[in-house]
Design a protein around this ligand. Structure first.
Ligand code: OFO
Length: 171
């Protein structure tokens, strides 16, 4: 049985994962309208992943005697100055999510809720992966700078990341 404070904290994370999904969906749309199919499909996939993160929390909440509550979400940004700006935001957002997961882990330990603590370890590992991936992409984008040809190749190469993530069986 979940305590009220754990239930509230997990529900806050449900919302963060849902907002993450919307943020990446919006990035996918922006990239697609700019004609960057590779980046767009990478972002669509990221958006789907965030939804699975949200659902995993929802299931856990409901199965452990809590109630997952679905709320309205903050509207994501719809336009970006350039891809560098967009990927910087993605990286910053992942850092924010990691912090939020760390806070949750902290609350679980304080409450001596070891089941929730154990459940959250999946998210701790996931965030390490997501942060690293976002950082790798950002480093590449910084190397490319304003080079249009480089961006074209990057758009093609990022498809590889999609394939690797699905082969790696994330989620
Ligand atoms: Fe939910 O993993 Fe990224 O944010």
């Amino acid at each position: 049985m979940l305590s009220k404070s754990i239930e509230t904290a997990l529900n806050k994370q449900v919302r963060i994962e849902a907002e993450s999904s919307q943020i990446y969906l919006s990035m996918a749309c922006w990239a697609e309208t700019k004609g960057f199919e590779g980046i767009a499909s990478f972002m669509y996939l990221q958006s789907d992943e965030e939804r699975t993160h949200m659902l995993k929390l929802i299931k856990y909440l409901n199965e452990r005697g809590g109630h997952a509550t679905i709320t309205e979400l903050k509207a994501p940004k719809t336009k970006f100055g350039d891809f560098k700006e967009m990927f910087e935001e993605l990286y910053k957002h992942e850092l924010f999510v990691s912090q939020s997961i760390n806070d949750l882990v902290h609350i679980a330990l304080e409450e001596r809720d070891y089941a929730t603590h154990n459940f959250l370890q999946w998210y701790v590992a996931e965030q390490i992966e997501e942060e690293a991936q976002a950082k790798t992409i950002l480093d590449k984008i910084n190397l490319i700078g304003d080079d249009k040809g480089g961006l074209y190749l990057f758009d093609r190469d990022i498809q590889q990341l999609n394939v690797q993530s699905s082969v790696g069986g994330k989620n």
